[in-house]
Design a protein. Structure first.
Length: 241
């Protein structure tokens, strides 16, 4: 097994050679991050800045530009001990699967600090494949060994999971789920096990190689994965790593 410190403060993520299968929860060394949905003029301005970066090519997008779902953008404020940041997460559609996205992080002065891209697709084995990029550089290309499902099947599974109970009221993970990162994420976000596993693979693939020295005290790809499915409890998800 390989261990590395993810840019979530104080989290030691353990990955198997096959990807993001398991993780060992560790104590947070400092106050957990908080994430708040941003709307109105501020969200519109950040979305415009993100789309301008994509259209002008200053953000090196791997997916076709016309696959970006601007109407489904998620803008969030992330508060840390090092200041406040804003993330803009834009879902990516066909030919890619649900949870694919491109995400950018801005500081409180509006400067773009980092971007990530997660592309989820079907590989030749009929499984979900998760490819992650940080600042335009591929960081991971993983066969999840999870049988591929269509977007309609994934979303139906997601809705069933959420209607069955949603995120745990105490924001924590169950004892069983703590043994598996994907299952743990599924538990705390109230999503299906498949979606939880895809997010786990995205985190492992990008966070292990996240660029250092850019002033971003968290893993952008993980934030994007939570935002894509509507999750905003970083504190709860942190218990999975």
């Amino acid at each position: 097994m390989t261990a590395f410190f993810a840019p979530f403060v104080g989290l030691l993520l353990m990955v198997t050679t096959t990807g993001a299968a398991t993780a060992a929860p560790t104590a947070l060394d400092s106050d957990p991050l908080t994430m708040t949905t941003v709307g109105g003029d501020e969200a519109a301005a950040k979305t415009e800045a993100a789309m301008k970066a994509l259209s002008e090519g200053s953000v090196d997008l791997q997916a076709p530009l016309n696959s970006v779902k601007v109407a489904e953008v998620k803008v969030n404020s992330v508060t840390t001990e090092e200041g406040e940041f804003t993330t803009v997460t834009l879902p990516i559609g066909g030919p890619y699967s649900f949870t694919s996205n491109v995400s950018m992080v801005f500081d409180d002065a509006g400067n773009r600090l980092q971007f990530s891209e997660t592309l989820v697709s079907e590989n030749g084995e009929g499984n979900f494949n998760v490819t992650t990029y940080v600042d335009g550089m591929v960081t991971s290309d993983q066969d999840t060994n999870i049988a591929f499902m269509t977007d309609a099947e994934l979303k139906a599974d997601l809705e069933n999971s959420q209607s069955a109970g949603g995120m745990k009221a105490d924001g924590g993970a169950s004892t069983q789920a703590e043994k598996n990162t994907g299952a743990c994420i599924a538990t705390v976000l109230g999503v299906s096990g498949v979606v939880g596993s895809i997010i786990a693979y995205s985190c492992a693939g990008a966070c292990a190689a996240a660029a250092a020295g850019v002033g971003v005290p968290f893993c952008v790809a993980c934030i994007a994965g939570f935002a894509t499915v509507g999750g905003a409890s970083i504190t709860a998800v942190a218990t999975c790593f």
